[in-house]
Design a protein around this ligand. Sequence first.
Ligand SMILES: Nc1nc2c(ncn2[C@@H]2O[C@H](COP(=O)(O)OP(=O)(O)OP(=O)(O)O)[C@@H](O)[C@H]2O)c(=O)[nH]1
Length: 350
Amino acid sequence: MRYHDNIARSTEHLRAALPLMTRQRAALHPISYAVWYEFVSAINPPLSQAVLKHTAQGATLDEAQTWALYREHIGESLSSSDAEESRRLSEGLVRVLDTMAASAAEAGQETARFDNSLNNWVEQLLSSPSQQTHQDVLQELLNGTREIRGAMAVLQSQLAQSRHEISTLRDEVQKARSEALTDALTGLANRRAFDQQLSACMSNSPAQAQQEAPCLVLGDIDFFKRINDSFGHGFGDQVLRIVAQTLKNVAADQALAARVGGEEFALLLPTASLGQAQLLAEKLRSTVAAGRIRRGNVAQDIERVTISMGVTQWQRGESANSFYERADRALYASKHGGRNCVTVLEAQAA
Ligand SMILES: Nc1nc2c(ncn2[C@@H]2O[C@H](COP(=O)(O)OP(=O)(O)OP(=O)(O)O)[C@@H](O)[C@H]2O)c(=O)[nH]1
């Protein structure tokens, strides 16, 4: 998932995006919402520039332009499940907006009618000295006021209902966002969250060569297939959850812990020396190796679980792929070196 604003920020973006969206010629659908959300949250500079270019001198975006901007600057980064979730939530948003717009229009008509009546009544009062006319007009005024009060009460309750729906939608957006970044089995960050953090880490890394750059620790459970084959997939899952918990404990607040593949894990340290990353990897390796995992209620320990690790540090200017591949090479050096060990690969030596 590419969006990680908290509720307050995303509500601000929603408020900023809605008026912009409704000003365009394109319909209010998930695609236009994605374009305007990314525009107002400034997370996608190329998209923002393209939008500004298209909307220079008061021009508005039509359907085809909106889709083209989406395809060129957003589309490929969204998975189909994101798109489906986004479609569902945006439909909800459009429904709420439609209801609010209809209620506001109705209340507006009601107020205009009342205003007309008021003018008539004032004219009648001023032009007729008759007591009876005065009484009739006052009665009509009373009835008219009751009606407008009733219409306002309906509008207020519809607005309260819309507020409630928006708040539910906001919660759903938040939940969807968090689910899209979390590995369902282990609760760790998933590969997508990891990739996002990795590129954020690389772009936020200080330019000075003497400051520490991000380090990456990759770990892969040894002979995991054998664990699955011997004790079943359910037990394999349990092992994955326990190793993930160990990762979380070891990483604490020093590193992002993620499950990046079936039985493959990663620790991303935003700023650390290679030595510190190696120490963390060693701590993780030894903690996993020292643990014993019990199968259900059977009071019998299985063979210990071990994990092989690869460690490296980002070299300024290199791509995320090259950084990740070096950590992977270090990991496979550990596998070929007998497993249950840590291999460190420096960028210059790779
Ligand atoms: N239980 C369970 N197994 C999984 C999951 N994802 C992948 N696997 C299994 O993980 C196993 C990985 O096996 P291999 O890639 O052969 O690796 P390995 O047996 O750990 O061997 P080495 O890595 O060489 O030590 C496969 O049997 C996959 O089916 C999962 O979510 N749950």
